[in-house]
Ligand binder design. Structure first.
Ligand code: SF4
Length: 484
């Protein structure tokens, strides 16, 4: 088949702005998903394409439409565990197509086709599907046969999406009975290095990938068929920090594959050597120093969180493949892990999530925390959140104990007593005293957290310190009154 567009990895970074788009598919306003399932070779007519719903040529310029892409694959080496890994490659391969932009994954897909591509002759989904299937077969030779069904009919997309959500759920649940300590190897994923060059995803039984698409089983299946590919085995090595989830093998691997950008990763830590975030995360965790707690917001939630920031604003701070203290990208499946940010108090440190996200993971929230985590219905601002947390006696109010390198550290609200603290309390943090977690935050990265100067209560004057893009680690501060 002749294609009216170029196909090359050089188009991976191509962005199509609203004014340049012909149509949008899926995305924030329309349902959509992508799915790869394995099938028997006899069921598949190789490279066959079926479209249910209107084609590109029948779509109105400037409009958004529902969109589903379903591929069936077969081959001697094809097994069920490979489905999610192959599915994740749809993102890569479709971005090789000139004039076609693919973002996100699973039920979050967001596609744009450019006006110039349509002008050059891109007028049918068959052209897209055939090019994508060709890339699947060329790049992943274990796929011997493939077919594709694309759907743009709203009713059909909505119906199939419900069935597909169950498939995603079943995939995620497979790892629940397997834990980090039960295996000798974890698996990497470096697919997103094309846009976040230092990002190394470490996929462990207790930590699904941050895009949510790849579990430990999927990483293992992929490494088996393509050990030199993006999902390489990572021998765990020695355990350095059981609670944080730090291993010598992971550190060595991360150092090598990140080009030395970082050399320590704690898989289950929010504040110390956190896992990097590329940009594909399903959920962002954000630290709110005013309450010394962590909030979580998912991609589908458009409203500002109590810190005043939306998902997309925070995504800019979180992504890029760096270790960013104060923000963390995760997959929704990580909420189901018994090791969920256990180094920082886990659920006891969680103070806010959108209602729809909370409902989705409700059965994994410990019973005693279910009513203590606020949603947008309880708190829309930091002040409202403070009130809510006090009312429900959230653990951050009374103190969350966590273990750091053998030392017990208590986080949470510590009421300052006037006579013991002859320092003017920071205006924004009120009665909350800074904890070690707060001291590690990089102020330039959290707009709502502005360290206040320590004023001299004797003279009434003082100095103003403005700290930008600095990392502060403070073990101890001694404040003493100067004799006059
Ligand atoms: S987010 Fe991580 S696991 Fe998912 S595709 Fe990107 S690198 Fe791979």
């Amino acid at each position: 088949m002749e294609f009216p567009f170029d196909i090359s990895p050089m188009y991976e970074g191509e962005r199509i702005r609203k004014q340049d788009m012909y149509v949008e598919l899926g995305g924030p306003t329309q349902p959509g998903f992508e799915l790869v399932i394995s099938a028997s070779p006899d069921e598949i007519e190789d490279m066959n394409f079926t479209l249910i719903g209107p084609d590109i040529s029948e779509m109105e310029e400037g409009k958004a439409y529902p969109y589903a892409m379903i591929y069936r694959i077969a081959g001697k080496q094809v097994e069920k565990d490979l489905e999610p890994v192959v599915e994740r490659r749809n993102h890569d391969f479709q971005n090789y197509i000139e004039g076609y932009m693919h973002l996100n994954q699973r039920y979050d897909i967001w596609i744009r086709i450019s006006k110039s591509a349509v002008k050059k002759g891109l007028n049918s989904f068959e052209q897209i599907a055939k090019a994508t299937m060709m890339l699947f077969k060329n790049e992943l030779p274990f796929i011997e046969k493939i077919d594709a069904t694309y759907i743009t009919d709203r009713e059909e997309v909505e119906k199939r999406l419900q069935e597909t959500m169950k498939i995603y759920e079943e995939r995620d649940l497979r790892t629940l009975s397997l834990h980090d300590e039960d295996v000798e190897e974890f698996y990497s994923c470096t697919l997103c290095q094309s846009f976040a060059p230092t990002n190394v995803c470490v996929i462990a039984p207790d930590r699904v990938s941050l895009c949510g698409a790849i579990t430990w089983f999927d990483g293992r299946a992929s490494a088996k068929v393509d050990p030199e590919g993006p999902n390489a085995p990572i021998p765990k090595g020695e355990l350095v920090d059981e609670i944080g989830g730090e291993y010598t093998g992971v550190n060595e691997f991360a150092k090598e594959r990140s080009g030395g950008e970082y050399d320590r990763i704690k898989l289950h830590s929010f504040f110390e050597f956190p896992h990097t975030s590329c940009g594909c995360f399903e959920v962002i965790g954000f630290y709110m120093p005013e309450v010394d707690g962590i909030g979580w917001v998912h991609r589908g939630y458009d409203e500002p969180a109590p810190n005043g920031l939306t998902f997309s604003t925070m995504a800019g701070q979180t992504g890029g493949g760096k270790q960013v203290v104060g923000f963390l990208g995760i997959g929704i499946g990580y909420f189901k892990s018994p090791k969920f940010i256990q180094a920082d108090g886990g659920w006891k440190r969680t103070v806010w999530m959108p209602k729809s996200l909370k409902e989705r993971v409700l059965e994994f929230i410990p019973d005693e925390m279910k009513d203590k985590i606020a949603t947008e219905e309880d708190a829309g601002t930091i002040d409202e959140l403070k009130e809510f947390l006090k009312k429900v006696n959230h653990p951050v109010v009374t103190g969350v104990v966590r273990d750091i390198d053998g030392a017990k550290i208590t986080d949470g609200w510590v009421e300052e007593k006037e006579e013991e603290a002859p320092i003017e309390a920071p205006a924004e943090t009120g009665k909350v005293q800074e904890t070690p977690a707060m001291q590690q935050i990089q102020p330039g990265q959290i707009p709502v957290f502005t360290p206040q100067p320590v004023m001299n209560p004797v003279s009434g004057g003082g100095i103003k310190l403005v700290i930008k893009n600095a990392k502060i680690n403070i073990e101890k501060i001694v404040v003493s009154k100067k004799d006059s």
